[in-house]
Design a protein around this ligand. Structure first.
Ligand code: AMP
Length: 281
C-alpha cells in the first residue's frame, strides 16, 4: 500500500501548459512517447525503451482530431483513460501529458508542415491530410516539450519515416524506431483491435501469416512481386471479405518502389469488419 502510494506520488499528471513548462524546464535527457491512449503492450515497449535510454520519460495521451479524415473514426476511436493511467503508474512513467484540444490548437501556428507530391503514397494517399495532422501535432509537442528522443513504433513505419525526416531537420530531437509487438497469432497490437471480437482477430492472424509468407516469396523473387501481390489480393478479398486499400512493397530507405539492393517492406492497409488496419512486414 505504502509502495503504491509512492508510485502514485511519483507520476505527474500534466494538464496545463504552465505545469508542462515547469516539468520540462532544465530536462537534459527527456524521452517522449506520444500516444492516442488505449494503451497496449506495443505502447508499453516504447515506454520501457525510453525509460532505459533517458533520464525521465513523458507519455502524452491525446486523440488528435486533425489527423482523422473521417469524423466517425475520430468519434469511435477507443478511449480508456483510467485504465491507461493505471498502466502508466505501473510502468513508473515520470510524466503523463493530457492536453485538451482547445489548449493545443489555441493560436495560429505559422510553422505548418505539408507533404510534397512524392510523399503522398501509402496511407498519405488514402487518408487525406492525415500525416499533416500527425506532423503538426508533433511539431507543437516538440516545441513545448523539447524531448531528447521521441520513441515511435515500426507498425506505423510511414509515420516514423515522415516524423524522423521533418522533426530531425527542424530540431535537435532524435526519433527512435522500436519494433512491432505482436500477439501469439502474429497480429500487430493496435488500439483498433479492441473494435474486433476474438473470431475476427483470429482471421486477422491468418491474414497476417499469409502476408508474412508473401513477403518471403517476394524476397526470393522480386521480379514476380506484382503477380504475387495480385494473387494474394484476390485470395484475401474472397476468403476474408477484406477491402484492401493498398498492398505494395517499398524500400525502407526512401519508400520508393525500387526494391533492388535495398531492404524493403511489404505495406498493407485494409478494412476488416469496417475497422481499418495497417501493418508492414
Ligand atoms: P497510437 O496510440 O496508435 O498513436 O500509437 C502511439 C505509438 O505507439 C506510435 O509510435 C505507434 O507506432 C506505436 N505502436 C502502436 N502499435 C504498436 C505495436 N504493435 N508495436 C510497437 N509500437 C506500436
Amino acid at each position: 500500500m505504502f509502495y503504491l502510494l509512492i508510485i502514485l506520488l511519483q507520476m505527474k499528471l500534466i494538464k496545463h501548459i504552465t505545469d508542462l513548462n515547469k516539468a520540462v524546464n532544465g530536462q537534459k535527457k527527456l524521452g517522449f512517447v506520444p500516444t492516442m491512449g488505449s494503451l497496449h503492450k506495443g505502447h508499453e515497449s516504447l515506454i520501457k525503451i525510453s525509460k532505459k535510454k533517458c533520464e525521465k520519460t513523458m507519455v502524452s495521451i491525446f486523440v488528435n482530431p486533425t489527423q482523422f479524415n473521417n469524423k466517425n473514426d475520430y468519434k469511435n476511436y477507443p478511449r480508456s483513460l483510467n485504465k491507461d493511467l493505471k498502466v502508466l503508474k505501473k510502468l513508473k512513467v515520470d510524466y503523463v501529458y493530457i492536453p485538451t484540444v482547445t489548449q493545443i490548437y489555441r493560436g495560429v501556428d505559422k510553422s505548418k508542415i505539408s507533404l510534397n507530391k512524392l510523399e503522398k503514397i501509402l496511407c498519405a494517399k488514402f487518408r487525406k491530410s492525415h500525416f499533416e495532422g500527425v506532423l503538426n501535432i508533433l511539431n507543437r509537442f516538440v516545441k513545448l516539450i523539447s524531448p531528447k528522443i521521441i520513441f515511435m513504433g515500426e507498425k506505423d513505419y510511414q509515420q516514423f519515416f515522415l516524423v524522423k525526416k521533418y522533426i530531425e531537420k527542424k530540431y535537435r530531437t532524435k526519433v527512435y524506431l522500436s519494433k512491432t509487438i505482436r500477439n501469439s497469432n502474429m497480429v500487430a497490437l493496435s488500439s483498433r483491435n479492441s473494435l474486433l471480437n476474438q473470431a475476427n482477430l483470429e482471421s486477422v492472424g491468418l491474414i497476417t501469416r499469409k502476408l508474412f509468407d508473401l513477403k518471403y516469396s517476394i524476397n526470393k523473387n522480386k521480379n514476380k512481386s506484382n503477380i504475387l501481390i495480385k494473387e494474394i489480393k484476390k485470395e484475401l478479398t474472397q476468403k476474408f471479405d477484406v477491402k484492401i486499400e493498398y498492398l505494395e512493397c517499398r524500400n525502407t530507405d526512401n519508400l520508393s518502389t525500387n526494391l533492388y539492393k535495398r531492404p524493403f517492406k511489404l505495406f498493407i492497409a485494409y478494412y476488416f469488419k469496417n475497422v481499418r488496419l495497417i501493418d508492414n512486414y
